[in-house]
Structure formats: structure tokens, C-alpha cells
Design a protein around this ligand. Structure first.
Ligand SMILES: CCCCCCCCCCCCC/C=C/[C@@H](O)[C@H](COP(=O)(O)O)NC(C)=O
Ligand SMILES: Nc1ncnc2c1ncn2[C@@H]1O[C@H](COP(=O)(O)OP(=O)(O)O)[C@@H](O)[C@H]1O
Ligand SMILES: [Ca+2]
Length: 581
């Protein structure tokens, strides 16, 4: 919790006819009620929070500080969480919004001038949701009031991390096809309030946003890019942005060995897709207003990105899940059922669980050495994560070294490990992949920005055992604590399906390959034929990869989101206190 620091302003102002001591410092806006005697107020539970908190905060973020036996005595809002300040006019007792101009309000019965201004700020609600709350201050002195408004505006303007111009891409067809409505009704009004200007593009076809970013967008004009859509839409945005950044920096984006240049523009995600796992895992909720507020306050959360190559040919980037076997099959099957909306994943999930296909192949991986943390940790990646900071620093030192000594990561150094077998699923989770379907995610202890991915191998097992594993994604039990599961935190990995393993197989001509895929497809669609398919496909952040043999490398902190990671829950939520707002 920030301390108030040197005061910039201090006045007595009124809030709903009660007198408050109001103060502004560079870090905090505080309003403290002038009455001191505590009053028991049992009928206002929304103003009640427990007295004892984990952190000894004298004032709570945007919330009244009080205990269950008193009315509110003190509110505070970090200046960094003020959205905007608005001047008000008051006529005949009712307050009206002023469209920017300042007007005097004469109270009918007195000669006093009554001036008012409203501060809009972030308020935390249940389950990591943020809302825009407001408080209106009135005072009798016009000059004092104007001084307050201009001082708060000055503080906001001096915050250089806030975006002023944003490039917004809306996928009107993602999820329940509500992207445009969500943006127009819930997000655009907040951006206007915060004085953010936008350039909005509603996409007309798949890869419209990617290609616009790659070739056309005048990125210099913007402080960030906003993606309104699901994980697939986000994937388009990062492909455009990463590609463009490499070209601008003279880096070959196709090379699997090159260290990629980090993107300077941050990306905001307004969730409007089916799974929205990248938003959920980096903010803690899939809520458009919460995401918009994280963008407005200028949050920044670095994110690891995996590059995926096949025979030195670039295929795609991934930030959440790379899944072969179960998740690949679920995705391929569900694409044909897009008309079902997000429910297609449940339908295809059940179908693929019953189908119970396994796939043979070889996985090789380079364990992440020298880092803090393992995939079986009880600690979670949270806002300001020290593990991400430590490992991120380690990565940047390593990548400098790597530039000089390319052999350090090579197979010749003997660090690579190889596992051959039959797998129901091979998953690489670069972040937890938490989403409403699985609130703790595919790898609950994975980190957003530690430069590693968690490689989860689910070996062939009975349907019953696989169900145990799947169900543990939704319970407190450890989904890795099963004999047929192994999990490794890695920097790099490769996969080769069995049928591709000999050199001659690697050279399979396209005709042969497509014939195999057709047969695989027939077998998948008619499991009664008894012939298990040789290949699955890779689910790469919700897109199907065209190749099965892949080489994956993690690029630590390659991009940045307008997010801050999932915030620790305050004690009152941990205890499920009914008094919580
Ligand atoms: C029987 C109980 C089964 C519970 C299993 C729960 C596991 C759910 C884990 C979901 C993993 C999400 C990883 C994110 C993937 C998205 O990129 C992708 C695409 O999302 P989009 O449609 O673009 O929003 N969605 C899926 C389901 O593959
Ligand atoms: N205008 C459009 N028409 C059709 N498809 C689009 C359009 N814009 C984007 N897409 C594609 O739609 C796919 C799904 O988008 P996404 O927003 O991730 O929704 P969902 O979560 O439902 O899959 C993405 O692969 C994206 O490339
Ligand atoms: Ca990671």
C-alpha cells in the first residue's frame, strides 16, 4: 500500500451533505469524514469489511476503511486508479453533468456558490472484477473547486504509462458474436471518459487484423492495441505485431535460432470469445469493463511467447496452450461445430474423451535450469510475481550469452532429454491456461513471464484414469499426481510423431501426407472401424497447426499486456465473508 507522501492539496469538501477532509498527494486521494464517533450500522453490509487484514493498510483501495461496528471514516484511492475527474453543475438541487465548461451554481436560498466535481475511480468487486465508481465533492469556493479539478488532471496527465491513442480491432464473429456490442456499450464510453482516442477496425474476414498490423497500421500513432475477441483473435494480433516488430528491428522472424525483439506496444484484451483463457489467466476474470479499466490505468504485464517451427520453417506463435492429442482433437472436431457457439468445446470434449485416441511419438525437451519454481509448486503467478521477475532477468542475461555462445542450448551440450511413448495428450502451457471451464488451469503453477513453458505428458491410460486427470482440473486435487502423468518446466521442446521418425518419413511427399490425414479423419469420424489414427493435430492457442512434427522455443517476455497479473484476493474474499461488496 502506498503511503500518502507529500500533500498537494487539502480542503474541507462535502460529500452528500457530510463534511470531509479531502487530501491529494502524488499517490493518493483520501477523503475522511469529519465525525469521529463510531456508530453501529448493521443495515449497510456493503460498507463492512473485516477490521483485521493481511496487510496492515491504514486505508483501503477505493473502499471505505471501517469495521463492522462503525460507519465509514476514511476512503482512499491511489491516484494511479483514478479514471478521470469531471466538473458538475447543480441546478434546482439536482446535479447535472457539465460538458466540460465550468458553471456557477447559485443555491436558491443563499448567496453561496456551490461548485461540484466528480472523481471516477477503480473499485474492486468480487472475483477480480473492477468497476468504475464515482464520488462527487462539493464546495462553496469556486477557485478551490477548480484547483482540485486541475490538480487531479495534472496528476493524471503526468502518468506516462497511460495510453492516449489506441488501435482497436473487433472480431464481430467471435464467441457469441457480441464483440461489437460489448465494445460499443461497455468499453467505448469508458475510453471516452478517460480521454482516450481510438481508431476502431471491425474485421471483415479472418486474418484481417493480423495483415493490417503486419503491413498497414501506422503503429507510431498509437500507445497500444486493443483486441476485442477471443484467444484466436488475440493470436492474430500478436502475429501481426511480433512480425512487424521483427521486420522493423531487422530480425529474421522465420529463424528458429534468432532472439526475437520484444514488442513495445502493449495489447489490451476485451474478452468476447469462447474460452478467453489469455484474458482470464492474466486478469483473473473475463469481464470487458475490468479489462477496459486495466487499459485505462496503463497496466503492464509481460508475457512469454513460444515460437513454433517445423523443419526450420516458422509455423506460429503461442502464448497459452500447445496441445497434441486430446486438446488438438477437441479443437479440430469443434471447428466444424462453430454454429454451436462456445458449447462446441463441451460437446467435442465429451466426444473426444469417449473416443480415447492415443498417439505415438517422441518428445525431447530442454529443462529450464537455474530458474526458481517447478510445475508442482503451491505458489501461483500473481500480480508483481517475483518468480517472473527473477527468471525474466535470468533469461535476458542468458539470451545475451546465447548470442555469443550458440552451442549452449544445442543438443551437443547433452542437456536435452528424450521420451518415447504412447500419449493421450501432450500439452505445453506457457501460462496457467485458467479459464471459466478450469479456474486453476492446465498448469496451475505456470508463470506468465518466467521464460518457460510447462510440458505435460499424459501417457496412454484407461478412460477412468484419464477422467480422473480431467476432473482434477476442476477440483483442488493435483492433476499431475498420477502415475501416467509427467510434467517438466522447459525452455524448448520438440515433438516427432512416430510415423515421421525416419528420415524417409520426414521427406513424405505432400500427397502421401494428405492421404494419411484423410484416412485419419475417416477413422476419427468412424471410430467403429477400429483403426486408431496415426496423427492428431496441434491446438496452438485455439488454431490448428498444419504440421505435427514441431520445434518449440520460449521467448521470455516478448510481448506486454495492459494487465497486472491476477491480484491476490483480499482476506475478506478468501474467507467468503458475506460482508464483501
Ligand atoms: C470432464 C471435465 C473436463 C474438464 C477439463 C477442463 C480443462 C479445460 C482446459 C481448457 C484449456 C484452455 C486452453 C485454452 C485454449 C484456447 O486457446 C482455445 C481457443 O479458445 P477460443 O475459442 O479462441 O476462445 N480453446 C480450446 C478449448 O481449445
Ligand atoms: N471478420 C471475421 N470473420 C470471420 N472470422 C474472423 C473475423 N475476424 C476474425 N476472425 C477469426 O475468427 C476466429 C475466432 O475468433 P475468436 O475471436 O478467437 O473467437 P472464438 O473464441 O469464438 O474462437 C479467429 O481465428 C479469427 O482469426
Ligand atoms: Ca511462462
Amino acid at each position: 500500500m502506498e503511503r500518502p507522501g507529500r500533500l498537494l492539496l487539502q480542503s474541507e469538501l462535502r460529500v452528500r451533505n457530510a463534511a470531509y477532509d479531502v487530501s491529494l498527494s502524488r499517490s493518493l486521494l483520501i477523503w475522511k469524514r469529519r465525525t469521529s464517533s463510531p456508530v453501529y450500522h448493521p443495515f449497510r453490509p456493503r460498507f463492512c469489511v473485516p477490521l483485521f487484514r493481511r496487510r496492515p493498510d491504514p486505508v483501503l483501495h477505493g473502499s471505505p476503511v471501517l469495521n463492522c461496528w462503525s460507519v465509514c471514516v476514511c476512503h482512499s484511492v491511489p491516484v494511479s486508479e483514478i479514471i478521470s475527474v469531471r466538473e458538475e453543475e447543480e441546478e434546482n438541487g439536482s446535479r447535472q453533468r457539465d460538458d466540460g465548461s465550468w458553471k456557477k451554481i447559485r443555491e436558491r436560498e443563499g448567496k453561496d456558490c456551490r461548485q461540484a466535481f466528480t472523481v471516477l475511480y477503480v473499485e474492486r468487486c468480487r472475483q477480480h472484477r473492477w468497476r468504475c465508481a464515482e464520488v462527487t465533492f462539493t464546495c462553496s469556493d469556486e477557485a478551490v473547486c477548480q484547483h482540485w479539478v486541475s490538480s487531479i488532471r495534472e496528476q493524471l496527465a503526468s502518468n506516462t504509462s497511460r495510453p492516449k491513442h489506441l488501435l482497436v480491432y473487433i472480431n464481430p464473429y467471435g464467441g457469441k458474436r457480441q464483440g461489437k456490442r460489448i465494445y460499443e456499450q461497455k468499453v467505448a464510453p469508458l475510453f471516452t471518459q478517460a480521454g482516450i482516442s481510438t481508431s476502431v477496425i471491425v474485421t471483415e474476414y479472418a486474418n484481417h487484423a493480423r495483415d493490417h498490423l503486419k503491413m498497414e497500421a501506422e503503429l507510431k500513432k498509437f500507445d497500444g492495441v486493443v483486441c476485442v475477441g477471443g484467444d484466436g483473435m488475440f493470436s492474430e494480433i500478436i502475429h501481426g505485431l511480433i512480425w512487424r516488430t521483427q521486420i522493423d528491428c531487422g530480425v529474421d522472424p522465420n529463424s528458429p535460432e534468432e532472439a526475437l525483439s520484444p514488442c513495445s506496444l502493449r495489447i489490451g484484451i476485451i474478452p468476447a470469445g469462447s474460452t478467453d483463457c489469455i484474458c482470464f489467466a492474466s486478469v483473473g476474470t473475463n469481464d470487458p469493463v475490468t479489462s477496459a479499466l486495466h487499459i485505462i490505468v496503463g497496466d503492464s504485464q509481460p508475457l512469454d511467447v513460444c515460437s513454433v517451427h517445423h523443419n526450420n520453417m516458422f509455423l506460429r506463435y503461442s502464448v497459452s496452450l500447445l496441445g497434441y492429442g486430446f486438446y488438438g482433437d477437441v479443437l479440430s472436431d469443434s471447428e466444424r461445430k462453430r454454429w454451436m457457439g462456445p458449447a462446441r468445446y463441451d460437446f467435442s470434449g465429451l466426444k473426444m474423451f469417449l473416443t480415447h485416441h492415443y498417439y505415438e511419438g517422441t518428445v525431447s525437451y530442454l529443462p529450464a535450469k537455474g530458474i526458481i519454481g517447478t510445475p508442482r509448486d503451491a505458489t501461483r503467478c500473481r500480480s508483481g510475481c517475483v518468480i517472473c521477475q527473477h527468471n525474466g532477468q535470468l533469461n535476458s542475461e542468458r539470451s545475451e550469452k546465447y548470442e555469443m555462445d550458440e552451442a549452449s542450448d544445442s543438443e551437443s551440450s547433452g542437456e536435452w532429454r528424450t521420451i518415447r511413448g504412447k500419449f493421450l495428450a501432450i500439452n505445453a502451457a506457457s501460462m496457467s491456461c485458467a479459464c471459466p471451464r478450469s479456474p486453476k488451469g492446465l498448469s496451475p503453477a505456470a508463470h506468465l513471464a518466467d521464460g518457460t513453458t510447462d510440458l505435460i505428458l499424459v501417457r496412454k491410460c484407461s478412460r477412468f484414469n484419464f477422467l480422473r486427470h480431467l476432473l482434477r482440473h476442476t477440483s483442488k486435487d493435483d492433476q499431475f499426481d498420477l502415475t501416467f502423468i509427467e510434467v517438466h518446466r522447459v525452455r524448448r521442446f520438440r515433438f516427432m510423431p512416430r510415423h515421421c521418425q525416419s528420415d524417409s518419413d520426414l521427406e513424405l511427399d505432400l500427397h502421401e501426407n494428405s492421404k494419411r490425414q484423410i484416412f485419419s479423419q475417416i477413422c476419427k469420424d468412424h471410430p467403429a472401424c477400429g483403426c486408431a489414427p496415426a496423427y492428431s493435430s496441434w491446438n496452438c492457442d485455439g488454431e490448428i497447426l498444419t504440421h505435427t512434427g514441431i520445434d518449440v522455443r520460449v521467448h521470455g517476455q516478448l510481448i506486454k499486456l495492459f494487465a497486472r497479473g491476477i491480484e491476490e484476493l483480499p482476506v475478506f474474499e478468501d474467507l467468503s465473508n458475506p460482508c464483501a461488496i
